[in-house]
Every structure is written in C-alpha cells, then in structure tokens.
Design a protein around this ligand. Structure first.
Ligand code: NAP
Length: 360
C-alpha cells in the first residue's frame, strides 16, 4: 500500500521546466493526476512561451495530452514567471546553467536532469533506492552557496541503469573495477534527436561526452556521504557508449571486479533478493521491485522488458563468471522513465515523505 500523502488532502504545486521536450513530456504524463503533486505550470523557451501547452508541444505520447495540462500557458523558465515551490527540470545543459541556480536562490527545490551540477560534491546525485542518505548534503549546499532552495540531481540515463545493477553488488561484495558497454536508445538524444538516416539499420559508436559521465557518476552514486560532501567510491570504470536503433531502453553490459570474491550464483542470489532502501518503498512512483532478475538466456531485451514496473524497474540478466574480471551481467532500463523523469519524481516523493519538502 502506498504511503499516506505528507500534504494531507491537498497537493503540493509543482512546475516542469523544459516541459515541451522528450523528458518534459514524460514529466507531464507522470505528474498528471499525481496523488501528492499538482502540476500547475509548464516552462520552455521563448519560442514556446505564451502559447498553450498543446500548441507549443509536438506530443510524442500514445495517449492524448492530459486535459488539465493541454490548456496551460507555457511560461519562460525564470523564477519570476514560475511560482511553484518545487520545479522538475528537463532543460538542456546550456539553459540549465543559469536557470536552475536562479530557482535555487529563490527558495525553490530543483530536481534536475541536466548534467551541470551532478558531480558537484555538495549536490546530491540520487537514486532513491540506492543512496537516499546523500540528500543530507543539502544543508551544506545551502550554507556554502547561500541558497534557501536546493538542487538535487538525477544521473545520466545510462549511468542510472548501470548503477542500479551495481548497487547491491557494491553493498555486499565491494567493487574494484567495472568495464561497461552501453547500447542506448534514440529517445535518449531528445526530440528530434538523431537523424533517421544516421541510425536506421546502424550502430553509432559515439555519444558526445557520455563516457566520462558514466565513469564518474557510477562512483558518485556508490560513494559515501561525508558531513558536507559526497565522497565518490574508489572504483575504476571504463565505459564504451553506443547509440542503437531502439526507441526506448538503454542496455548496459558490464564486467565487474569484486573486492570480496563471490561466484556468479552468490551475486545472482543477492541481486534477486535486493529491494533497495526501505524509505524508497511504497511511494507513489515506487515500482514493486526496483530490480528484477531474469534467468532467461536471451533477456533482458528492450522490446520485452523496458516497461517493467511501469518503466521504473531495471531488469538484470545473464549473470555469469567473467574470465578477465570476476562477474559479468546485462542491465536494461527505461531511459526516459527510470533514467530521467520517473527517477526525479521518485526523488521528490522521497524528499516529501522524509520532510525535506514541506508545503510552503
Ligand atoms: P529536448 O527534447 O531537446 O527538450 C529540451 C527542452 O528544453 C524543451 O522543452 C525546450 O523548449 C527547452 N528549451 C530549450 N532551450 C531553452 C531555453 N533557452 N529556455 C528555456 N527552455 C529551453 O531534450 P530532452 O531529451 O528532453 O532532455 C532534457 C534534459 O534531460 C537534458 O539536459 C538531457 O541531457 C537530460 N536527459 C535526457 C534523457 C533522455 O533519455 N532523453 C535522460 C536523462 C537526462 P522548446 O520546445 O520551447 O524549444
């Protein structure tokens, strides 16, 4: 059963910045009819501001734009135009650079998907089930930056999927080294993204700036919270990233060297039993299981597994001995839901249920 709303019978007003883009639209779908949050404002660029959301958006969903949102007037992404105390940001990095701190300075909680602040030691980079205690560095962030609000970051979409499979292994065995190869869906590049003539029937072995994000963010997700910063885990990660002709779902193949030796069946059993941090359970967006283990020899596959847990469950399979490191496996997750909008909404629910977001 889902936890009771910390806001009682009313809902907390929230806004989405970059609401017309691929991730922004996922936010709109997830927040329409949310039991704790009420989406009252949508923001985008000057090109869209002043139009209705329906007019400004090339809607990508299978179902129509939620009626309560279609008629909202798109606002500019500034704290003067957007009043909600909590803003979900699906802005690109160039726009987020100025916009997000201006909201944090103006007493707002910003849950961002942009890369700008992810690796700042006083900014929590959070997967609700993996490292909820990292949210405690918000106090140091406020003190250091003089903000009354805060920025809480989501990881890169492939980094979130891979880190969810690594977290139980790090907790039980410790991890020394990871070799990761990704196969990333076209929706990860936003809309319109990669030209169809470049990707159809093809694999592009390059995604700009992606490999360092995975290499650094794995270590931060699995790192330790010190009093005023996050100390990244001392693991070495090597990543190869590829764009493939898949609509949704990032696949991450990993070989892992363990600190404390364990064989594939021990690792597999631990993955199968892992439920994540208790405080991240029974929230409105919590999947029944954050991680699901498949024993099918040819799974996980994007077409069959991407919607597990309404897009919030990461599916792990092919756990086996690795002849160079110790263990290898395959993880798959929905890049737009678990890798972006769904993860941010879950982080906001976690913050609300633990008293870090209160009604103004
Ligand atoms: P997108 O489809 O290109 O959407 C970008 C959004 O930003 C649009 O709403 C656009 O509004 C708005 N925007 C652009 N310039 C602006 C400006 N100057 N002022 C205000 N708004 C502006 O991108 P996306 O794929 O949704 O990605 C959004 C963010 O999430 C990026 O930082 C990306 O790296 C990150 N991310 C994406 C994924 C994924 O799977 N796609 C996963 C994780 C993280 P207009 O319509 O008015 O131009």
């Amino acid at each position: 059963m889902t936890r009771e709303s910390p806001f009682g019978a009313s809902r907390l007003p929230v806004a989405v910045l970059g609401a017309t883009g691929a991730v922004g639209q996922a936010f709109v779908r997830l927040l329409a009819g949310h039991p704790w949050f009420e989406l009252i404002e949508v923001g985008a660029s000057e090109r869209s501001a002043g139009k209705s959301y329906a007019e400004a958006t090339r809607w990508l969903g299978d179902s129509p734009i939620p009626a309560a949102i279609a008629g909202l007037t798109v606002q500019l992404c500034s704290p003067a135009s957007i009043r909600a105390p909590v803003v979900f940001s699906a802005l690109d990095a160039a726009t987020a650079a100025d916009a997000e701190p201006s909201f944090a300075k103006s007493d707002r909680i910003v849950l961002t998907n942009a890369r700008n602040y992810r690796m700042e030691p006083d900014v929590p980079l959070v997967i609700a089930e993996v490292n909820p205690d990292h949210l405690d560095v918000i106090a140091a962030q406020r003190k250091r930056r003089g903000w009354s609000g805060a920025i809480v970051a989501n990881g890169n979409c492939a980094a979130i999927v891979g880190a969810m499979a690594l977290a139980p292994i790090q907790q039980r065995f410790g991890i020394r080294r990871v070799f990761a190869v990704t196969m990333q869906a076209v929706s990860g590049a936003g809309y319109p993204g990669v030209a169809s003539l470049d990707i159809l029937g093809n694999v592009i072995p390059y995604i700009k700036d992606e490999e360092p994000k995975i290499e650094e963010e794995f270590c931060k997700f699995l790192g330790l919270r010190e009093s005023d910063h996050i100390q990244s885990a001392p693991m070495v990660v090597s990543a190869h990233t590829n764009r493939v002709a898949v609509e949704h779902g990032h696949t991450v193949c990993m070989s892992i060297e363990l600190n404390r030796k364990g064989d594939a069946s021990e690792v597999e059993a631990h993955l199968a039993n892992w439920r994540g941090a208790p405080e991240a359970t029974r929230l409105p967006s919590s999947p029944e299981r954050p991680l699901v283990l498949t024993k099918e020899p040819d799974r996980p596959q994007p077409r069959r597994d991407v919607d597990a847990g309404a897009g919030m469950t990461v599916t792990v399979g092919r756990v086996r001995r690795d002849p160079i490191l110790d263990i290898r496996l395959v993880a798959l997750g929905h890049n737009v839901i678990r890798g972006a909008a769904g993860a941010s909404v879950l982080n906001a629910e976690l913050m609300a249920s633990t008293g870090r977001i209160a009604k103004p």
